[in-house]
Design a protein around this ligand. Structure first.
Ligand SMILES: C[S@@+](CC[C@H](N)C(=O)[O-])C[C@H]1O[C@@H](n2cnc3c(N)ncnc32)[C@H](O)[C@@H]1O
Length: 277
């Protein structure tokens, strides 16, 4: 006899207890993803019978999640800045702290007429797309070395109806693009040191989106250099919590008007806003 939705949520939550603090919530998310329904529907129908084919699909997804595989790669959905984006295996899952980077960029860009922005490492597209949604007359060039990311970012731009504002190009930093008269470079680059041991769930994400070199900040330094060489006034980047000192030393070799570091939601150094002279 079929179980009710309530019974199957309780049954499969047990399989996720060791990998998440919110097992019941995660089972509900997986179930709703299969049913394509919302949480209100589920709570109204909690005592109804769950069809056996739905339970079978849920079981498979829960078993996958129980290996620490990220839930976002199972549902193919992620929330960022109050919007829903598509996400797929092979592209970095957006993190909440990157919302701070978007906020800082918006504050500067809203005072520039027809701003031109280049994003290095677009990933799923969240940063460029949010800026395109927030700033009316913006033009963005968004680059990545990962073709899968570029394809997904374009799909997300179409979903949010801003594809006419963003040009997606495969490029190693600025190597394959022209950026004359650009106002800002923005980037959440890979910044983890190569020998850092990642938590299990993060190991499913693409390593070229995470590791930034021997010290971790090598790509960041290249981005600083390229931004300066291309006469772009503003550079906003995320960085590792322990990279402020080494970046500060590196910045001494440039003509900087001001640099401000900012902290993330856990009060760790997480990024900087830089204005070149
Ligand atoms: C940390 S992820 C950020 C993705 C997205 N912007 C976000 O915030 O979720 C870094 C991205 O940089 C890309 N990347 C790595 N090296 C790069 C390079 N040399 N030039 C351009 N993009 C690069 C990776 O493929 C990845 O998509």
């Amino acid at each position: 006899m079929n179980n009710t939705y309530k019974q199957i949520v309780s049954k499969y939550s047990k399989l996720l207890k060791s990998i998440t603090y919110i097992p019941q919530k995660e089972v509900e998310i997986l179930l709703l993803n299969i049913l394509d329904k919302n949480v209100i529907w589920l709570h109204i129908n909690y005592n109804e019978k769950c069809p056996s084919n739905i339970e079978e699909k849920l079981k498979q997804k829960v078993q996958k999640r129980a290996t620490n595989y990220p839930i976002e790669y199972i549902t193919n959905k992620v929330s960022f800045y109050g919007e829903i984006f598509n996400i797929i295996d092979g592209v970095l899952i957006p993190r909440p702290e990157t919302e701070i980077l978007v906020e800082k960029a918006e504050k500067i860009l809203k005072n520039i007429s027809k701003p031109k922005v280049v994003e290095v490492g677009v990933g799923s597209g969240i940063v460029s797309i949010m800026l395109a949604l927030l700033i009316d007359d913006i033009k963005v060039i968004a680059v990545d070395i990962n073709e899968k990311a570029l394809e997904l970012a374009h799909k997300n731009a179409v979903k949010h109806k801003v594809e006419h504002k963003i040009t997606f190009i495969k490029s190693d930093i600025f190597n394959s693009i022209q950026v004359s008269n650009f106002d800002m470079c923005i980037s959440n680059p890979p910044y983890i040191a190569n020998d850092f041991s990642l938590p299990l769930n993060v190991r499913y994400e693409p390593s070229n989106a995470l590791f930034g070199g021997f010290d971790g900040n090598e790509l960041l330094k290249k981005i600083i250099k390229s931004t300066n060489n291309n006469n772009i006034k503003y550079l906003l980047c995320e960085m590792g919590y322990d990279q402020k000192k080494s970046l500060n030393n590196f910045l001494e070799t440039f003509n900087i008007k001001k640099v401000k570091y900012y902290k993330d939601l856990e009060n760790l150094d997480r990024g900087f806003e830089l204005e070149f002279v």
